[in-house]
Design a binder for this molecule. Structure first.
Ligand SMILES: Nc1ncnc2c1ncn2[C@@H]1O[C@H](COP(=O)(O)OP(=O)(O)OP(=O)(O)O)[C@@H](O)[C@H]1O
Ligand SMILES: [Mg+2]
Length: 221
């Protein structure tokens, strides 16, 4: 039995812009265990966000394969991919990506509707988990950066996915809010056995990870 929850095999990504080709990632091989807390580090422009996007199936690689559990996702059609993403993955963006016209509760509930999950208490549980019960009716522009990021984390968790991917989740936060977000994500792995993969420059994060994947010049070092 293979217990790897995520695998990348000979992954490569070349961006084509008219005549111009930029090879951003090459020969990336990666295996991630269930429940692992992994950080991805590397200089700006080294391909970290590109890699996370490929692992999440948000973008297609130029070469290679990505497995989420037993499913090879690069060959799936959009429909099936969306199903697997909905079931298996939660994604946290650096810039939060909340819907401005929905309040905290509604933003967190949205993935439940999209995945046709009927559970009236679930979103409230998540609001409690991230400590925002007193902000459930607030809209994103009425929340601080740290609060918005906690909404984004609650939204990523609401369908209870086994894998959480986060792209510089503390990049826009001050040190106190960063600590809250780091603790939240670390606890997900330690206490709830989630697999957590975080792109980060934050040394506090890197210190808590058993494994740091270093990317440089499009390769794992
Ligand atoms: N859609 C795109 N089209 C063309 N080039 C792109 C595209 N997206 C990213 N790139 C290029 O690919 C390289 C890697 O970008 P990526 O965003 O993955 O880097 P990163 O490691 O996340 O950097 P940062 O730490 O600044 O977020 C950069 O040189 C970037 O300009
Ligand atoms: Mg990036």
């Amino acid at each position: 039995m293979d217990m790897k929850i995520m695998r990348a095999i000979e992954l490569g990504k070349t961006y084509r812009d008219g005549e111009k080709e930029t090879e951003v990632l090459r020969q990336i091989n990666l295996e991630i265990e269930e429940g692992e807390f992994v950080t991805i580090a590397g200089p700006s422009g080294s391909g970290k966000s590109t890699l996370l996007g490929l692992l999440a199936g948000l973008d297609k690689p130029t070469t290679g394969q990505v497995f989420i559990g037993e499913n090879e996702i690069t060959s799936l059609n959009e429909n099936l991919l969306a199903k697997i993403r909905g079931k298996m993955l939660g994604f946290v963006f650096q810039s939060f990506n909340l819907i401005p016209t929905l309040n905290t509760l509604e933003n967190i509930e949205l993935p439940l509707f999209l995945n046709k999950i009927h559970d009236v208490n679930r979103a409230k549980e998540l609001i409690d988990l991230v400590g925002l019960s007193h902000r459930s009716k607030h809209y994103p522009n009425q929340l601080s950066g740290g609060e918005q990021q906690r909404v984004a984390i609650a939204r990523a968790l609401v369908c209870d996915p086994p894998i959480i991917l986060a792209d510089e989740p503390t990049g826009n936060l001050d040190s106190r809010n960063s600590k809250t977000v780091i603790d939240l994500l670390v606890n997900l792995s330690a206490e709830k056995s989630k697999t957590v993969i975080v792109v980060t420059h934050d040394l506090d994060f890197a210190q808590k990870a058993k494994r740091v994947i270093h990317i440089n010049d499009g390769r794992i070092q």
